[in-house]
Write a protein that binds this ligand. Structure first.
Ligand code: JEB
Length: 269
């Protein structure tokens, strides 16, 4: 078995991150697939008020997170990494931990990013609040981490906690063993750039709404074709940007999309 992925999260609201211990990720922690460390930034302050913020140089609204508590928290995490690895004579230096800093100013996190980060040994999430973190922390961190500012989308949050949880969930479910049935990984939405087909379960007639007949036919080839067509139509309708990123469709797929585009509606409407 491959060694556990280490995930550290630093926040002034560590209780907020406690939800990570539940459900699928909690199970992965119990199974030793993920080692999770949640750190309270205020533990790295030493004044009476455990101050983590101050007013911005140059003026402006809001507060900025002070540099020193962040550097101490991140050094604490780096120090734990180095423990027991002194002079073992291993080949080369280990890879730098990846420092993910949620920020509305970062490149947008997507499934490709999740796949890339799922291969890392050690992820550290720095959850800012207020207007964000003193830039010098990020400049300093470049020498110790593989620094990755990341946005989860074009809307404004109050801090990095929810964004970190989104990214941790998307990444950790790609770690081998975290999801029971790995087939469900390859089949799903975004994995190949198309949205999912509609899904149904019993009863076949629910309040007068029938399940599409082809799904009851037992004709696996017809079912696969129907599902592919619905995926193409759905993607053309709600996410034409995803279709544009797909590259060349084969002539059959192209025909389904063209038919959709000239009709401007789906067959389920
Ligand atoms: C992440 C954060 C804030 C300007 C406005 C608001 C720390 N997609 C996203 N939207 N907002 C955030 C994000 C991500 N990832 C985000 C971290 C922080 C917002 N704020 C508030 C900062 N600058 C503080």
């Amino acid at each position: 078995m491959s060694p556990a992925m280490r995930i550290d999260v630093v926040s002034i609201f560590p209780d907020y991150l406690a939800g990570l211990q539940l459900s699928l990720i909690g199970k992965a922690v119990e199974q030793g697939l993920i080692e999770l460390g949640i750190h309270d930034l205020r533990e790295f302050t030493f004044d009476r008020h455990r101050t983590v913020d101050d007013s911005p140089y140059g003026g402006g609204a809001g507060m900025v997170m002070k540099a020193e508590p962040w550097a101490l928290a991140l050094e604490h995490i780096l120090g734990a990494d180095a423990e027991g690895t002194e002079g073992t004579g291993g080949a080369g230096s280990p890879p730098r931990p990846v420092l993910i800093v949620p920020s509305p100013a970062g490149p947008v996190f997507d499934q490709r990013t999740a796949e890339e980060l799922a291969g890392a040994d050690h992820l550290v999430f720095a959850c800012g609040r207020y207007e964000g973190i003193d830039q010098r922390v990020l400049d300093w961190a470049q020498d110790h981490f593989d620094l990755r500012p990341m946005s989860i989308g074009d809307y404004v949050l109050n801090g990095g906690e929810v964004a970190s949880m989104v990214m941790i969930e998307a990444i950790s479910r790609l770690i081998p063993g975290v999801i029971g049935n790995p087939e469900s990984l390859t089949e799903e939405s975004h994995e190949d750039g198309l949205l999912e087909y509609p899904i149904y379960t019993k009863p076949a007639n629910w309040r007068g709404h029938e399940v599409p007949e082809v799904l009851l036919s037992g004709n696996h080839q017809a079912i696969a074709r129907w599902r592919r067509d619905r995926r193409l139509e759905r993607t053309a309708e709600v996410r034409p940007d995803l279709l544009a990123r797909l590259g060349d469709l084969d002539s059959r797929d192209r025909a389904v999309v063209d038919r959709f585009e000239s009709r401007g509606e789906t067959m389920t409407e």
